[in-house]
Design a protein around this ligand. Structure first.
Ligand code: NAP
Length: 294
């Protein structure tokens, strides 16, 4: 299997490295050429001139870019070099409908499409410990197994194309609730004058322990919000989740509240910081008090 990776951001960089470690990486391409240049030089792999050149030398094209429209742009850019037997696997988080549209474009060009959004954060991408939620035909998913094994700890076939993204939406709603709970509880702990290193340690070992608390708790209490996962990207995901819930006649409180909180932070210039920057807003509540406003 020869895999080409398009999109060498926080996630794609680590994924490409792990494919390389397993002898599966044939080429890389990134919109900003400096990232592709640096990685291609370091790993001694081909830096493709453009997405089409990458698709020509690979049998699997893996995309991990920001938003729905970016995935469709990249698919349009590779389409001319897709032919029978090639596979496009998209690991970005996008709407189910966009995954279905991407699949139609890829199929029209003569290849096959699989959606495989991921969970596990930048750490999971770097350490080859991602969890893949996969949608597509069983034969294509099976063919991708060596790549999933190189980059992750599990790949679960959820159903046809789009099913991976539907599962990822569940993950993103839960991640919003966890962000709300962890940032709020830690801000409360800090306002109570506790030793926060001890709080994070003791809570992590009990029933309220979770990945986000362990990975982001120690940095957020120090005011460090390096991504990680950019707040503007989670906002994009929750907008997708909001539409999915609305299609079922429901407005979910966690989604609505988190979108509102993220929008305030984005307006204040924090969109490119990690989602744990929500801690700023929670801390502010304790500084200013909000009882009168409730
Ligand atoms: P990121 O660090 O912001 O990187 C985004 C990548 O997409 C960059 O390589 C960027 O190129 C590329 N890109 C954006 N628009 C493009 C376009 N129109 N054409 C070509 N390339 C384009 O984002 P990330 O954190 O890696 O996230 C990537 C995807 O994974 C997103 O859908 C995100 O929601 C999802 N995800 C992220 C995490 C996480 O913890 N970070 C976890 C799970 C899933 P440039 O370098 O030129 O900007």
């Amino acid at each position: 299997m020869r895999v080409g990776v398009i999109g060498l951001g926080a996630m794609g960089n680590g994924m490409a490295r792990n494919l390389h470690r397993h002898g599966l990486l044939a080429a890389v391409w990134n919109r900003s050429t400096d990232k592709a240049e640096a990685l291609a030089r370091e790993l001694d792999v081909a830096q493709a001139q453009d997405p089409q050149a990458l698709a020509r030398v690979c049998d699997v094209v893996l995309t991990c870019v920001s938003r729905d429209e970016d995935v469709l742009d990249v698919i349009a850019a590779v389409a001319g070099a897709l032919d029978d037997g090639k596979l496009v696997v998209d690991c970005s988080t996008i709407a189910v409908d966009t995954a279905l549209a991407a699949a139609r474009h890829v199929q029209a060009a003569g290849a096959a499409f699989v959606d495989a959004p991921v969970s596990g954060g930048k750490e999971g991408a770097d350490n080859g410990q991602l969890v893949f939620m996969v949608g597509g035909d069983a034969q294509h998913v099976e063919r991708l197994q060596p790549a999933f094994d190189a980059m992750g700890k599990s790949a679960t076939h959820m159903g046809p194309v789009g099913a991976g993204q539907a599962a990822k939406a569940v993950n993103q709603i839960m991640a919003a609730g966890i962000n709300q709970a962890v940032t709020e509880a830690l801000a409360f702990g800090e306002a109570s004058g506790l030793d926060m290193a001890k709080v994070i340690d003791v809570v992590s070992g009990g029933a309220a322990g979770n990945w986000f608390l362990e990975k982001r708790g120690p940095t957020m209490v120090q005011g460090v919000f390096t991504p990680g996962f950019k707040l503007a990207l989670h906002h994009k995901d929750l907008s997708i989740c909001k539409q999915m819930a609305a299609a079922r006649g429901v407005a979910l409180p966690v989604i609505e509240m988190t979108l509102k909180h993220y929008e305030r932070l984005m307006q204040a210039g924090h969109g490119d910081e990690d989602i744990s920057v929500l801690y700023r807003s929670k801390r502010e509540m304790f500084e200013k008090g909000n009882l009168k406003r409730l």
